[in-house]
Design a protein around this ligand. Sequence first.
Ligand SMILES: [Zn+2]
Length: 287
Amino acid sequence: MRGKRLKQYRKLMQQYGLTFGFREPYQVVFDADIVRDAARFKMDLIHGLERTLHGKIKPMITQCSMRHLYTSQPKNEALIEQAKTYERRRCNHQNLEKPLSTFDCLKDVVSKGENGMNKHRLIVASQDEKVRAHMRRIPGVPLVYINRSVMIMEPMAEATEDLKTRDERQKIRSGLKMRSTLGKRKREGNEVESQDTAIEEDGSKFVLGSHSLPAATDNTRPERKKKRKGPKGPNPLSAKKPKKRTPPAPQPDNLLEDNNNIPSGKRRRKRKPSSRQELPEFAVLDG
Ligand SMILES: [Zn+2]
């Protein structure tokens, strides 16, 4: 029974990989309850998930979920210590007087991206049925929960299935069998900050909408190359070329006469005589 289920999960993760670009290490966002329940059932949460998802995971917890653990009664220090080892997912709700509910926080974190899609390819591990019901409506959100000491991965939701078949049809049509339409994960794992921080043009980071987040330490993405403002030097197209002066080429006599007001060192433009003063005959003809 268990073997069969695990095989199903492997297939499921392959589909998520092909259709939505999920890659190891899978970024799994825990809520406070699943951390609590895993402890209650004496389950190793990380190990259980890696077996379920068939791959390495990167455990994450939002700032709100962390606060839920801190404020829960009775306070469980061991759990807090354990959760501290997970990567803190910045949800930018830390300035609120109270943490958001798991539902509001995760909803925001997962569907913040473009068109409410799961842009950062998060896997949601939540004990809250309401959370999972919401996530099923977003295409491409793998869902995991614990049911009486058994870790369950939900089958693909309809929204996901729809997008998957559409995607497959498109691939067949265009003959691109292996390419995922949603693109590949650009930088493994280092996407945490992208929601909360922006990169200034000079390469420095700042945090959006908050005052004093602790400086990101070991998880910072590699600094992007500085964007240069403006060109390096003078624009080669507009700069004058250092030019060797060559003696003016010998010119036919009639042209020299026309242009004799130009200093002799300069290059002359050959010009057809056009003004009336120079062509008195025409003036006469006109009048
Ligand atoms: Zn939050």
